[in-house]
Each structure stands twice: as structure tokens, then as C-alpha cells.
Ligand binder design. Sequence first.
Ligand code: FPP
Length: 252
Amino acid sequence: MDALQSIDKSRLPKHIAIIMDGNGRWAKERGQDRIYGHHEGVKSVRDIVNACGEIGIDYLTLYAFSTENWNRPKAEVDALMELLVNTLRKEIDELHKNNVKMHVIGDLESMPTICQKELNEAKEITVNNTGVNLILALSYSSRWEIIEATKNIAKKVSEGTIIPDEIDEELFRKALSTSDFPDPELMIRTSGETRISNYLLFQLAYAELYFTNVHWPDFRMPQLIEAILNYQQRERRFGKTSEQIQKHNKPA
Ligand code: FPP
């Protein structure tokens, strides 16, 4: 039985979130500059989006550029923005043909106008697609998102649209940029760091975390399958006891 066959299709995570780390180190190990690593990283993005379609994952969120990434050397930031634009232009037909629906979360207004234009076009072109929902987190940080949501809720309170007692988990969720998506059940970070780095802090409350030493440019379908198989071996208890979970899972 090959690895793909050994995935239990009835227990797939609906939503996988990934921190694509290690492009720079991957390039350095090969005596190349960091930008080369980002270019190779795009190949992994392509492979993982296709793999999600093949496996049957409904939502894939990729941390493509964090708020903190603006602090990198200007040449690297410019190269990443250019890479984003070129990748969207090059890949959009294939993404559309593969029924991928594009979404973006983050502080889009801080992105260069050309990026905003390409991203909006990609979203428009794929708006009616029904396959993998590909969510790019760009100029994104979770603290930024939570503060924005809080500001929006506070504004509604001050306008009298809602009263403070109405603020509950559901209302707060609706104010987040991820309001259209279910929470990720699996979060993968490549390249050996074991941090969440300001990524989907509210949404990952019950996610299974998977860390691998593989650098992002080497993370392809076999590595994704390994992560899913690892996820499927875990018992998700949501605060309950192991006995309660096992009783619930027993066939009637
Ligand atoms: C982390 O590696 C990667 C990034 C900050 C950017 C990720 C971008 C891509 C994979 C390419 C563009 C993406 C799209 C969707 C077109 P790092 O630079 O932090 O690596 P290091 O930790 O080894 O330095």
C-alpha cells in the first residue's frame, strides 16, 4: 500500500495551516542567496496545493509574508513582492483549471499596489471555484488581526449596534479575517523551529502542531502525507478524557 492509500479519508483535517520556513537556510546550504530559496519555495507551494486537491483537503492556509517580514533587508522584501506578482501571473490559469479558490488574509493595504491588483484579480477569477480553498496570509500577524477585530467590535458597541454582553466566541470569530473558514485542525511548520510566530493564534487553539526539520523547498507531497498520517495517530480530546473520547468513537 503506498503512503497516499494509507491515509484514512474519513479522518482528514479539513483545514491545514502551514508556516513555510527555511527557504533562506536551504539556499545557504547550497551556497546560493536567500532569494533563490524563495524561488524554490514556490515549487513546493505548487506541489502542496496540488497534493491537497488530490488528498481532499478543503482549506490550505500558507504564511507567505508576516508583518514582521517587512523588517527584512529591502532587497529581500522587494524580491518577495516581485516573486508573488510573477507567481500569481504565471500560476493563475493552472490554479483556476484545478478549481482552486483563492483568498487572502492580512493587512493588504500595506502591500504594493501591484500585489493588491494581482491578488484581487486572482480572487475574482477563482471566486466560483469549488476545490481547495487556498488562503494566502500576507502582511499578516495574528496580534494585528485580533486588534483589528477588537477595534471593529468596539466601534459597533460605541455606535450602539451591539451591547458588550453580546460579545461571545461566535461574534468574535465573525470579526476575524478568517470568518469564512473553519479552524485549522493541523498546523505544520517546516525547518526545525518550534514556534507559532504570531500565526492564527485564536484559530489554532485546538490544532495539532507538527514540526519537521525539512526546509520548505524540500517539503513536498510525501512530507505532507507523513504529517497527515502523524495527525491521524493523535487523539484529539478537546479537554475531555481519553475514556470519553474512546466511548464516543465506539460503533453503536
Ligand atoms: C520563510 O523562509 C519564508 C518566507 C518568509 C516567505 C515564503 C515565501 C515563499 C515560499 C514564496 C512566495 C510565496 C507565494 C505564495 C508566491 P525564511 O526566509 O524565513 O528562511 P530561513 O528561516 O531559513 O531564513
